[in-house]
Write a new protein. Structure first.
Length: 420
């Protein structure tokens, strides 16, 4: 009888909570004001259009008061002067469009202990990406024809200095994480980030959907090589690239993580889809005529023909092959699934409750469980889905509100999903 009353009380609590979430009275995320770092302008640390760097910051508390997460926004790259000029007129090259706005903190940045039990009360920083070079460029002169400024490396430097002034340097735990281009930024700056802290601090990096492959000898390799070589040339990156890579091969290949990630000394977690939607659609399909003729397939994987599935399977094998060639390290984590996706960390469907997304788990762990256990050294995690050699549709067909309800029920009733 007592057990039944406790169970009923638990369900009632869950029901009330889910209603509050769906009514907006309690949220699974948080809106955070944006800070514009105007003091960076005299230092030349500015976006493509000359606007100041911007970030959003949520202060930590309790047992998270000495722990920090720094998230680097996604947003691709620009590979020519005209492309960078066009980018400078958008939120990917300017922070002016964000004046008066706020940043939505969710997923790994969520401040709700139910959805994000291991990191909810950490200091959290979301850095806006506005230079198109993964914060690597540092060209002294402004382009006189377009008035575009290439100073991404300075942005990273001054924002880190700003965070250190907020006592980030005293952190016991710190994490640098990014998605897509932000994930590549994470791997390129990972060891530099680690050097900001004492040797006794636990500092680790997470790359979410940022293992952009060259894939020599495979479909699209020349296209990818040319594109990223143009990024390097446009932003003057040769001297900024990892020396462990440029010392042994063509520097034009040294933006590809497969050639430098193995030399990163800081613990690193690679979160990837073996069928990464961005890389397939934008780094592979252009050599077979682009997305033309693929709309049915990309809209519904069941409509893909054998040729299309063959191209996707070849990409998968190439990406997994590149990952398996990396130097082995006990400090390196890996979660490589087979869902047709790109980006996970800030999305409740992919972070907190990936088990509801087409059963997107490996070794009986969700993405959040795997990364949390790895970060806190509770267990290592290095898993690749080798059973599914075809892409899976893992997107949710239910409404966001209903998904939150199901997510809460999952967290409440399944101990395997309760990773606090």
């Amino acid at each position: 009888m007592e057990r039944g009353i406790i169970a009923m009380a638990g369900w009632l609590s869950l029901y009330i909570w889910s209603v509050l979430v769906m009514n907006g009275e309690v949220d699974g995320d948080q809106l955070v004001d944006i800070t514009f770092l105007k003091s960076a302008i005299p230092k030349g640390a500015v976006c493509l259009d000359g606007s100041p760097p911007a970030y959003s910051y949520s202060e930590g508390y309790g047992n998270g008061s000495n722990s920090w997460i720094v998230y680097l926004q996604s947003g691709g790259w620009c590979s020519s002067k005209i492309e960078c000029y066009n980018r400078s007129t958008t939120p990917r090259g300017s922070t002016y469009p964000f004046i008066g706005n706020q940043t939505n903190f969710s997923g790994l940045l969520d401040t709700n202990s139910t959805f994000n039990p291991d990191f909810y009360n950490w200091h959290k920083v979301y850095i806006y990406y506005c230079d198109g070079s993964s914060f690597m460029s540092d060209i002294k002169h402004v382009d006189p024809r377009t008035n575009v400024t290439y100073r991404g490396a300075r942005i990273f430097k001054v924002v880190m200095e700003e965070l250190i002034s907020k006592e980030m340097g005293n952190a016991q735990n710190a994490m640098l994480v990014g998605t897509s281009a932000g994930a590549m930024t994470t791997t390129l700056h990972c060891d530099k980030f680690r050097n900001l802290f004492s040797k006794t601090s636990r500092v680790k990096c997470i790359s979410d959907s940022g293992f952009i492959i060259h894939g020599k000898g495979h479909l699209g390799d020349h296209y990818r090589e040319k594109y990223y070589a143009n990024v390097i040339r446009t932003h003057g990156l040769r001297k900024s690239l990892p020396k462990s890579c440029t010392s042994k091969m063509n520097p034009n290949l040294c933006l590809f993580p497969e050639y430098y990630v193995g030399d990163i000394k800081t613990p690193l977690f690679l979160l990837e889809s073996a069928f990464d939607a961005f890389q397939i659609e934008y780094n592979t399909l252009p050599v077979v005529g682009g997305r033309l003729g693929w709309s049915n397939c990309l809209g519904n994987l069941r409509h893909c023909n054998s040729t299309q599935l063959g191209i996707m399977r070849d990409f998968r094998n190439t990406l997994i092959g590149a990952l398996l060639k990396l130097k082995q390290s006990l400090s390196r984590g890996m979660f490589v699934h087979s869902c047709y996706l790109h980006g996970h960390i800030l999305i409740i469907q992919e972070w907190t409750c990936s088990s509801l997304q087409g059963n997107n788990v490996l070794a009986n762990k969700t993405i959040a469980q795997a990364i949390s256990d790895w970060y806190f050294d509770r267990s290592s995690f290095r898993q690749i889905d080798i059973e599914n050699d075809l892409p899976r549709n893992c997107s949710s067909s239910i409404t966001p509100d209903l998904f939150v309800h199901k997510c809460l029920a999952t967290l409440s009733n399944h101990p395997t999903c309760n990773y606090s």
